[in-house]
Design a protein. Structure first.
Length: 283
């Protein structure tokens, strides 16, 4: 993750971003970023006045993802999604998502103007705070975004944080990130996060389901993940596996049960530090 300044109306968008040549979209991104920039922890979360076009993107994507979740998502996520009960006709305000998530699991959803440094993002988890962007993907391609947007943050992650089980894993992950002092240990940790809470898959009821926010918020990739090479669940293998964020993941790691994910991932996160990293990698 890289830092972006909210006052830059150009935004260093990747070349494949659908809004890279849309000056109106860039200006809109800057305006929304200013809302996040003005927020201070403990203060009321300011609203974003989303346009009809932006509400339309949310409405389209959330309806399609809702149908796909019933088929592809693990039971724990489906139950949490129903409990959080996000609006489907408009982009939800972070203040209302924050209030409901806090009621369900004790977590907070805090706005940020854009992507933040990796250690800042993970470190916030250790305080039971999830840092969320508020902008939404470009309207021309509602089912694709090369970066996290509010659809990814809320449909992917906030739904998970409505589950105390997932919320405990996120908290343990945040604690692990703080204890991982060296860059190499933190990189190992972040790869495990990527292949689990972002792109994790698991066998449930005889079918390969997903519990990863990256898949659960991706209209396209959630239909394709079963075509990936699914390797056996292995913490060390995940922590040393390279990945490319710009492509559908060709390699995933599948556990035999969701209970195994919760038990072993939780144990790993709760005990992880530089010493564990060196022991696991023998470096």
């Amino acid at each position: 993750m890289a830092t972006r300044t909210s006052t830059d109306t150009n935004f260093d968008l990747p070349e494949d971003h659908p809004g890279v040549s849309d000056s109106s979209y860039r200006a809109r991104r800057a305006a929304i970023a200013m809302v996040g920039e003005q927020y201070r922890p403990g203060e009321p979360i300011p609203d974003v006045e989303y346009t009809a076009e932006e509400d339309g993107v949310w409405r389209t994507v959330s309806a399609e993802l809702g149908r796909k979740h019933k088929k592809y998502a693990v039971r724990e996520y489906v139950d949490a999604e129903a409990t959080l009960h996000l609006p489907t006709d408009r982009v939800p305000q972070l203040r209302e998502v924050d209030a409901r998530v806090h009621e369900l699991s004790g977590w907070h959803i805090n706005p940020v103007p854009g992507l933040v440094p990796t250690r800042v993002f993970y470190g916030a988890l250790a305080a039971r705070r999830f840092l969320s962007t508020q902008y939404i993907r470009h309207h021309s391609v509602p089912f694709y975004t090369p970066e996290p947007d509010i659809i990814h943050e809320i449909i992917g992650h906030a739904n998970m944080l409505a589950s105390p089980t997932f919320a405990d894993l996120y908290y343990a992950a945040g604690q692990a990130s703080v204890r991982a002092e060296s860059d190499s240990a933190h990189d190992f940790f972040s790869r495990v996060w990527w292949f689990t809470l972002e792109f994790g898959v698991v066998w449930e009821d005889g079918d390969l389901k997903t519990y990863g926010a990256g898949l659960l918020s991706s209209f396209g990739e959630i239909e394709e993940y079963r075509k990936a090479e699914v390797r056996p669940w292995d913490i060390v293998a995940m922590g040393t596996q390279d990945y490319d964020i710009t492509k559908y993941q060709p390699v995933l790691f599948g556990a035999e049960s969701f209970d195994r994910v919760v038990d072993e991932l939780g144990t790993f996160f709760f005990g992880y530090d530089d010493d564990v990293y060196h022991r696991l990698t023998r470096t």
